[in-house]
Design a protein around this ligand. Structure first.
Ligand code: PNS
Length: 162
């Protein structure tokens, strides 16, 4: 069984994240979605809320019989979580040059800490390349319509926070 870890803040999980997950599942049998908890970073949704929201999204996906998706939160280094799962691959979605610069730095440092762990970059599809969780939150909190950026279920969760 091939396994990859897909880490992120997912505050909230967008249609772009969903697309990266679906494409990862064509490459790997199992994907662990790792919801990052950073005590210094303020999030709109708690870690548990983010995990529950993503689990709901995943339950609505008709998975191939070989595919397994798990969702969990983690605190600390992603290399340690990958090692706990014996994962050799990290999945990262890249929307453009700004993401690339940041992700390349993290991939480089993770490779030094854990040489056996490969970061697999998937380019966002053009229709998702502009979706940022932070902008989705801003639009929703200001009463805008976030249809097309997140699922209906997450849209409703966002409304509960405004
Ligand atoms: O959605 P984001 O903000 O791109 O997610 C960032 C996340 C949680 C994936 C990243 O910050 C992370 O991997 N945090 C874990 C801490 C860590 O391993 N830091 C060293 C990376 S070089």
């Amino acid at each position: 069984m091939t396994l990859a870890v897909y880490p992120g803040s997912f505050d909230p999980f967008t249609l772009g994240h969903r697309d990266i997950l679906l494409r990862s599942l064509k490459i790997f049998d199992q994907v662990v979605i790792a919801v990052g908890v950073n005590q210094n970073k303020k999030t709109l949704f708690t870690a548990n809320e983010r995990v529950e929201m993503i689990e709901k999204e995943v339950n609505e996906i008709k998975l191939d019989k070989n595919n397994i998706v798990k969702v969990e939160c983690f605190e600390g280094l992603i290399v340690d979580l990958a090692s706990k799962h014996n994962a050799k691959s990290l999945i990262k979605g890249v929307r453009g040059p700004v993401d690339y610069d940041y992700e390349a730095q993290m991939a480089g440092m993770n490779t030094v800490m854990c040489p056996d762990l490969e970061t697999i970059f998937l380019m966002s599809k053009p229709e998702f390349s502009f979706i940022h969780s932070s902008l989705v939150k801003q639009i929703s909190l200001m009463g805008g319509d976030v249809t097309g950026f997140v699922s209906d279920s997450i849209k409703n969760q966002l409304k509960t926070k405004s």
